[in-house]
Design a protein around this ligand. Structure first.
Ligand SMILES: Cc1cc2nc3c(=O)[nH]c(=O)nc-3n(C[C@H](O)[C@H](O)[C@H](O)COP(=O)(O)O)c2cc1C
Length: 248
């Protein structure tokens, strides 16, 4: 079953998650060959001074990659993030994904990634600036976040509504808070609440480790797709998952 993001059609509803240091272009192409409907790039920094570095220039190179080309950007400043969107669109990005899910210190100390969920006005400002920049090229903007900053600040639903109103066209939610890191089990109630609160497609992420689990997560959340991260190791075969989902 296909899924629509703006004017882009995704082949199916099994996605491979962006993973810095893992989902480089060859890895994404392999996952696509194995049946993933969609693969997001590793995050690209919005810090201009790093765009010339080998790491970032490789991340912004999509030669030979099947579309849609989706590039995830990370940063803390609205104007810089808008410029990063423009830079990657110029290099072939057909979808821009905003990172509000990464818990890494390297990212969060600078208030990027999931740390942005703690500063709702700034998060919204960034989204508005990126949407405005991408809209000039007809490029849809998507966003990946967690369920909240901490157990008592689970604000994914509020943010999802704000982001949708600001023009975000798909939302991915990892079922953990920033505070949890990767500890404990992903919870899916908040993802279900996000799905119920918005009209744009919602992607469930976190601890999807088998076709059966993917089916259960889709059922529990009502989400439009699942995104698979750590389980997408060397043995991943999305076509097996896709076969499992046929007619379900
Ligand atoms: C090595 C590694 C790198 C990651 N890098 C990113 C990233 O660049 N951007 C992002 O949004 N999430 C990143 N994540 C988070 C994953 O996309 C995903 O949300 C998380 O691993 C939960 O899904 P899973 O349980 O299927 O692994 C990373 C995760 C791992 C393990």
């Amino acid at each position: 079953m296909t899924l629509q993001i703006g004017n882009i059609t995704l082949e199916n509803r099994l996605f491979v998650a962006p993973m810095a240091g893992v989902t480089d272009r060859p890895f994404r192409m392999l996952c696509r060959q194995l049946g993933a409907g969609y693969a997001v790039s590793e995050m690209v920094t919005s810090r201009k001074e790093l765009w010339g570095s080998l790491k970032t220039s490789r991340r912004a190179d999509h030669a030979g990659e099947p579309g849609p080309i989706s590039v995830q950007i990370a940063g803390t400043d609205a104007a810089m993030m808008a410029e990063a969107a423009q830079y990657n669109i110029d290099r072939g990005a057909q979808i821009i994904d905003i990172n509000m899910g990464c818990p890494a210190k390297k990212v969060c100390n600078k208030w990027a990634g999931s740390a942005l969920m703690r500063d709702e006005p700034l998060a919204l400002q960034i989204v508005e600036a990126v949407v405005a920049a991408a809209a000039q090229h007809g490029v849809p903007v998507t966003l990946k976040m967690r369920t909240g900053w901490s157990d008592d600040r689970r604000n994914a639903v509020k943010l999802a509504r704000d982001f949708e109103a600001a023009g975000v066209q798909m939302l991915t939610v990892h079922g953990r808070t920033r505070e949890q890191g990767y500890k404990g089990a992903a919870e899916y109630d908040t993802i279900a609440a996000v799905k119920a609160a918005v009209r744009v497609p919602v992607v469930a992420n976190g601890d999807v480790t088998s076709p059966e689990k993917a089916r259960d997560v889709l059922a529990a959340t009502g989400a439009d797709a699942v995104m698979i991260g750590r389980r997408a190791g060397p043995s991943v075969d999305f076509s097996r998952d896709r076969a499992f989902f046929k007619d379900r």
